[in-house]
Design a protein around this ligand. Structure first.
Ligand code: AMP
Ligand code: MG
Length: 320
């Protein structure tokens, strides 16, 4: 039985007690729900991978309460610290070399010498981190390869009976996963588009957004396979005229006849917040899915990244 915990002091206290006991608990963050466990406890980390069916070579993001807590775990370069000061708490993950004596379970980073760190802004995530008093490993709280959860009901639909509890914080306001930034010799490199736009990062780093692109052939973060966020039904993108049997997801005005819309007024923040909810709803119809074009700017880059993964050919073994 998975406990559904209320978003109050009792719910937070119960979540902290379960985490201290080494159990895994789904928590709301501003991006998506995370499946949290004690990042220093190898059994808890193993339980996260097992509940999701996630391949062990796909490392987890470690959530901490503050920049100071992050610096106990990793060595941040000047550019990383600038980003952290500007955007934490918030939907930005920084990848940095582990600090000697970090105390994290080796499985959190899949044995890599770098760790991915984030300070989440969601008040409930912050209260759990403060109450728990340590780092929490937390990938998205969905079975590996499936659509990420942006409400407690999505978590339950995917993981009921496989995890100790879900702290119900309602809908996640950002709705897509964090932007992941790595550093090569102090130069920032975008490893995953996400809830913080490349434009906003580039402004703070004093670089054009294109300068954040990885040099050479597409360098993806470990574990990121093409197919991801996959609904059960096939997905077609950039569709202005859907086929009869398709459920059409619109974006912006002029999508008359669309059964669902990411944002009727064409707002990218609203579309990001609604993306996984709308994909869950479209998937529930059992019909093939067609999606209207979404502009490739700002949050549109993360939205299109997730849509392309949802539409990618599915390998026999899925990843998340
Ligand atoms: P998720 O927790 O599902 O949002 O995915 C976390 C993603 O963060 C992984 O799939 C990796 O792409 C990335 N990541 C986590 N840890 C590291 C790391 N140490 N180095 C590079 N990328 C990482
Ligand atoms: Mg995920």
């Amino acid at each position: 039985m998975t406990e559904l915990l209320p978003p109050d002091a009792a719910g937070v206290a119960r979540a902290c007690a379960l985490l201290r006991a080494g159990a895994v608990v789904a928590l709301p963050t501003e991006t998506v729900y995370g499946l949290a466990g004690d990042a220093r406890n190898p059994q808890a980390v193993t339980a996260i991978y097992a509940a999701k069916g996630r391949p062990a070579r796909n490392p987890l993001i470690v959530h901490v309460g503050s920049l100071a807590a992050a610096e106990e775990l990793a060595v941040l370069c000047a550019a990383a610290r600038t980003c952290a000061r500007t955007f934490w708490p918030g939907p930005l993950t920084l990848v940095a070399p582990l600090r000697p004596g970090h105390g994290l379970a080796a499985s959190v980073t899949a044995g890599l010498p770098d760790v991915a760190l984030r300070v989440p802004a969601h008040p409930l995530a912050q209260r759990v981190l403060a109450g728990f008093g340590g780092p929490l490993a937390a990938p998205s709280a969905n079975p590996s390869g499936r659509i990420s959860p942006t409400c407690a009901a999505h978590v339950m639909a995917g993981l009921d009976g496989r995890i100790a509890a879900v702290l119900d914080g309602g809908a996640c306001p950002v709705g897509v996963e964090s932007t992941i930034l790595g550093f090569e010799d102090g130069r920032a490199v975008l490893l995953r588009a996400g809830g913080l736009s490349a434009e906003a990062l580039a402004r703070v780093l004093g670089a054009p957004p294109d300068a954040l692109r990885a040099s050479g052939p597409v360098v993806t973060a470990p574990g990121q396979l093409a197919s991801h966020y996959a609904p059960r039904a096939p997905v077609r993108l950039d569709v202005r005229a859907p086929a009869q049997d398709e459920v059409w997801i619109g974006f912006g005005p002029g999508c008359d006849g669309a059964a669902l819309s990411l944002s009727e007024r064409g707002d990218l923040a609203e579309a990001a917040a609604r993306l996984f909810l709308v994909l869950h709803e479209a998937d529930a119809t059992g019909r093939a899915i067609a999606v209207a074009p979404v502009p490739e700017v700002g949050l549109g880059v993360a939205i299109n990244d997730r849509l392309r993964r949802a539409a990618a050919p599915r390998p026999p073994a899925q990843e998340a």
